[in-house]
Design a protein around this ligand. Structure first.
Ligand code: NAD
Length: 549
């Protein structure tokens, strides 16, 4: 497999002791950032792992031009060959699973088990889904015609690759997010130019290395490393579609720029996912779900449980169970097999979490556990935190937190629970906890979100058949599953007429007799009752084909 240097990324010697206060980057490194360098940093220690020069606008444009040239052949090799390469990618990934998980943990901080389950497993299963279903989902599809006027035609839907898909990805799932999108784009016959988060470039280069080893040509999949300006350059580089995952603020900026050039986009943005614990829920199970759902990946998941609403009758027991379970969690470095919760990605994220907790405290929220930094563990650790007595006037219940905080609020009936869940600018996912499946489904229909799970959280991201995406400020479009694959192809409607020697009835030759015949034809097709239909048929029958111009 190709090393980072073999992929064309210069190796910079880094003194790992040389770290400062901003996510571990030294003053010297900050000056280098001014000349547009990005650093990959271990968030648990602050040690700089690698430094990269940002791709310039010209680099990005050149990468996209190479991708366009290479895509033609990639599309022509055919789906069977692309699936064979995908199968090889899957085999290699399985073989290298522990190495890849370790690389993710080093750069993103999450516990190794999470790297294996929420990243490697998700990608292996996406490959499985595409291997099993791409033929069925991408093949030409006949379009039967219902209109009598068009019965002498045959229609098909063709699904053709866009050309070059640009992907811009975040740091929180640095392997599974870009990989699942890339695999769908590639199998559909597109080339891909991927701009990873500046915080997790190394993990993405591991993905590149696996794809190349599996047989994907180098120009068909390219990584352009850099910060937001490299992402902005990708938008202007001649790509045919963009799949963006990141914050709402950046997503809005991207949507505006894309609108200027009518560039099709999928934008997967933030969430403020509610969890509704109804009065018949199993408190033990629901509290375990809340604790895992709020603290997995240190709360830095777009699908994290960000707001928890509990029926008032269960609130005390639920909070007590959550606190007991949270206090048993082991916070530490992801490499340690005993760690449950790792660090946040960088200091800026830590400050944002602190500010939201502080705002809640000032407005009357009670901290049941946590609520402090853990500097003795490293620069970016925050204790898993449970808040009660929260209200929708607090930032913690309105803004995405993206940190290990579980705010809990009571409700009195199902109607109020749904109203609170929907009182948000976001709509990514939600969960309902109940022993009554029908009641859960009924509430799920009323919640404004891209996904609602009854009696589970977050795992929808790992269900390769399920579409992933949000409503409201959580985004536009879908990734994953059938609808994620559909986003990677242009739909073309192909129509073929079976009577090439015949002029069409509706062409010129207008006049009162023709209008009467057409009225008859409309009655024949759409009038209710046999008599009116027959009368329409008689009036329509007078059409003289040869009269058409
Ligand atoms: P971010 O918006 O800061 O950055 C995302 C990517 O956009 C990065 O690669 C960044 O370099 C790039 N970027 C920044 N400015 C840009 C610009 N002007 N033009 C083009 N690209 C630009 O987000 P982040 O902090 O990396 O990720 C966290 C956010 O992502 C959270 O809000 C989280 O909810 C969201 N997220 C959403 C999903 C989802 O599927 N809905 C999944 C994961 C993360």
């Amino acid at each position: 497999m190709l090393s980072i240097e073999q992929q064309g990324f210069e190796k910079k010697e880094i003194n790992t002791e040389d770290k400062g206060e901003h996510g571990g980057i030294s003053v010297a490194a900050e000056l280098q950032l001014a000349v547009r360098r990005v650093s990959s940093v271990n968030p648990a220690t602050g040690a700089v792992l690698h430094e990269f020069e940002c791709a310039s606008e010209a680099d990005v444009r050149a990468a996209v031009a190479r991708a366009h040239a290479a895509q033609v052949e990639w599309s022509e090799v055919g789906l069977q060959r692309r699936i064979t390469i995908l199968r090889e990618f899957q085999r290699l990934l399985l073989e290298k699973k522990s190495e890849i998980a370790a690389a993710i943990t080093r750069e993103a901080g999450k516990p190794l088990v999470e790297a294996l389950v929420t990243e490697v497993l998700v990608v292996l299963d996406t490959a499985r889904f595409l291997i099993d279903n791409a033929h069925r989902l991408l093949r030409d599809e006949p379009v039967p015609h219902g209109n009598l006027a068009t019965r002498l035609k045959r229609g098909w839907l063709l699904r053709q690759p866009y050309g070059v898909i640009g992907i811009i990805s975040p740091w929180n799932y640095p392997f599974s997010i870009p990989a699942t999108e890339t695999l769908a784009a590639l199998v559909a016959g597109n080339a891909v130019v991927l701009k990873p988060s500046e915080f997790t470039s190394l993990t993405t280069l591991e993905l590149a290395s696996l794809l190349y080893a599996a047989g994907v040509p180098k120009d068909v999949f390219q990584v352009v490393v850099g910060d937001g300006s490299a992402g902005a350059a990708l938008l202007e580089s001649g790509i045919d579609k963009l799949v963006f995952t990141g914050s709402v603020a950046t997503g809005k900026r991207i949507a505006k720029a894309a609108a200027e050039r009518l560039l099709p986009i999928v934008i997967e943005l933030g969430g403020k996912d509610p969890m509704l614990v109804l009065d018949d829920a199993d408190v033990d199970v629901a509290s375990s779900a809340a604790v895992w759902g709020a603290f997995v990946n240190a709360g830095q998941a777009c699908l994290s449980v960000e707001r928890c609403y509990v029926h008032r009758s269960l609130q005390e027991a639920f909070l007590a169970a959550c606190v007991e379970k949270t206090e048993k969690l082991r916070v530490g470095r992801g490499e340690d097999h005993n760690t449950d919760v790792g660090p946040l990605i960088h200091e800026r994220q830590l400050r944002l979490v602190e500010a939201q907790v502080e705002d809640a405290r000032n407005k009357g929220a009670r901290v049941w556990t946590g609520g402090t930094r853990l500097p003795q563990l490293g620069p970016n650790f925050y204790s898993p935190t449970i808040l009660a007595d929260v209200t929708h006037e607090m930032r913690i219940m309105r803004e995405e937190t993206f940190g290990p905080v579980l705010p809990v609020m009571a409700f009195d009936d199902d109607e109020e629970a749904v109203r609170l869940a929907n009182d948000s600018e976001y709509g990514l996912a939600a969960s309902v906890w109940t022993r009554d499946w029908d009641r859960g489904k009924r509430l799920a229909r009323q919640i404004h979100a891209g996904t609602v799970m009854v009696n589970d959280v977050i795992s929808c991201f790992g269900i390769s058949e399920a579409p992933h995406g949000g409503v409201k400020a959580s985004g536009v479009g879908r990734t994953h599953g059938r609808f994620g694959l559909e986003e990677m192809v242009r739909l073309k409607y192909l129509d073929s007429d079976l009577a090439p020697g015949m002029k069409k009835l509706w062409w010129y030759g207008y006049g009162a007799p023709f209008a009467r015949q057409m009225e008859g034809f409309l009655d024949l097709q759409f009038a209710r009752g046999l008599r009116r239909k027959l009368s329409g048929a008689l009036r329509a029958a007078g059409v003289v084909v040869g009269r058409k111009l």
